[in-house]
Design a protein around this ligand. Structure first.
Ligand code: SF4
Length: 390
């Protein structure tokens, strides 16, 4: 029984100094707090987030979110992708059907010429297809669907009130076929239930055949307290034979919820072996975020992704780490200067960056001539960077 409550915050938009390189965003917002999808593993239940009441039923609704967002974006000096998500709610949970906050938010994003990314476990996102298509045609939209199950009987137990597997796959296909960027948050895989090679392969093969742009993996974390106790109760009632294995795997009670490292190392090794064999990208390719951020943030994402790729391939990362550190230091100084000078905007910083790149003033930051020439070509010649060359 939903017990919703309206709230009227003065601020809605969270902005990070540097772009989020995993989710590919600069800003975050979420129309709701808590979530009626009732996933048994949801981290949002953790005491850490101080969410009052029953997490699955007592939903707080940011009723004025679109009006506040419009004011905030109108004053904003920087561009970038707005991510509509939260670790503790889903924008297309059940009350959205009646509240219709998402179309209001999307209309503001469309009117003010921003680009967005939406994460959900619900096929209700199809309701806003036309509006999302308008934004996508102008400024691009990423649809990020969360999915790890290929088997709906386990999904019904673990993620009881979210959309079924088939609806999520159909939603992904519809958006992909219409030219959206489509990613999958393949997280969290549930140990001993859907983390076997067969399920991972089936999921990745299905997504690859559909043309999904990238798949980000993650395994289960259980923070000590409500998060862990709630999940173990579901296991006890539905997979009694696995209870002992879970208790052992998460017996270290780490505040982060990470279980024993041998399991996680093995899981990621198997996942990357399968994703590499199928040529599925586990980070957003460059074409997904190209020209959707200021150039200075685009370079930040590229360098961060190159660090990840080289590390994953066991290459020497000294040069890329040093170049990333140098560039971040330069960028932090420039951003600080921009913040202090109210008349300056992200466009001014972009102009300065482009000028300095054209005249090779920034060359030394990148340590290696080869790395610098790749970045320079990508940024100045509007080149698509193919990560597979590394
Ligand atoms: S959809 Fe996301 S926020 Fe909602 S219960 Fe599931 S994991 Fe939590």
């Amino acid at each position: 029984m939903l017990n919703s409550k309206y709230i009227y915050p003065k601020k809605t938009l969270k902005k990070s100094d540097y772009p989020d390189t995993l989710f590919i965003s600069k800003f975050y917002l979420s129309p709701y707090i808590a979530c009626s999808h009732a996933c048994s593993y949801c981290d949002g239940r953790s005491e850490k987030y101080h969410i009052e009441g029953n997490f699955d039923n007592d939903i707080k609704i940011r009723k004025n979110i679109a009006e506040v967002l419009k004011k905030e974006l109108t004053k904003e000096k920087e561009n970038g992708v707005i991510m509509i998500m939260s670790g503790v709610s889903d924008p297309y949970q059940h009350c959205e059907y009646k509240e219709k906050l998402m179309p209001k938010i999307l209309n503001v994003i469309k009117e003010l010429n921003y680009s967005c990314s939406i994460t959900t476990k619900s096929s209700m996102i199809n309701r806003d297809f036309e509006l999302l298509r308008d934004i996508n045609n102008k400024n691009k939209v990423n649809i990020l669907m969360s999915l790890t199950f290929m088997n709906d009987s386990d999904r019904k137990i673990i993620e009881p009130l979210s959309s079924c597997v088939e609806q999520r796959l159909q939603t992904l296909k519809r958006f992909k076929d219409d030219g959206f960027f489509v990613g999958v948050l393949a997280m969290p895989f549930i140990p001993f239930i859907n983390d076997d090679d067969e399920n991972i392969f089936k999921l990745l093969k299905t997504l690859k055949d559909m043309g999904v742009d990238y798949v980000i993996p993650g395994s289960l974390t259980l923070r000590p307290g409500i998060n862990k106790n709630y999940f173990l109760e579901i296991i006890k009632n539905n997979y009694t034979h696995l209870l002992g294995k879970y208790k052992d795997l998460y017996s270290n009670n780490k505040p982060s919820g990470m279980g024993k490292s041998f399991y996680f190392n093995n899981f990621y090794e198997r996942f990357y072996n399968i994703s590499n064999s199928l040529n599925v990208s586990t980070i957003a390719p460059h074409y997904v975020y190209k020209n959707r951020f200021h150039k200075y943030d685009e370079i930040y994402i590229i360098l961060s992704h190159l660090k990840y790729i080289l590390k994953q391939k066991n290459y020497d990362t000294y040069t890329i780490n040093k170049a990333f550190k140098n560039y971040t230091f330069w960028l932090s100084k420039e951003k600080h200067f921009m913040k202090k000078n109210r008349s300056l905007s992200g466009n001014d910083l972009d102009n300065k960056l482009l000028f300095q790149m054209k005249s090779d003033i920034l060359k030394d930051l990148f340590i290696s001539n080869k790395l610098y020439s790749i970045i320079k070509k990508t940024i100045l010649n509007d080149h698509n960077l193919d990560y597979s060359i590394f």
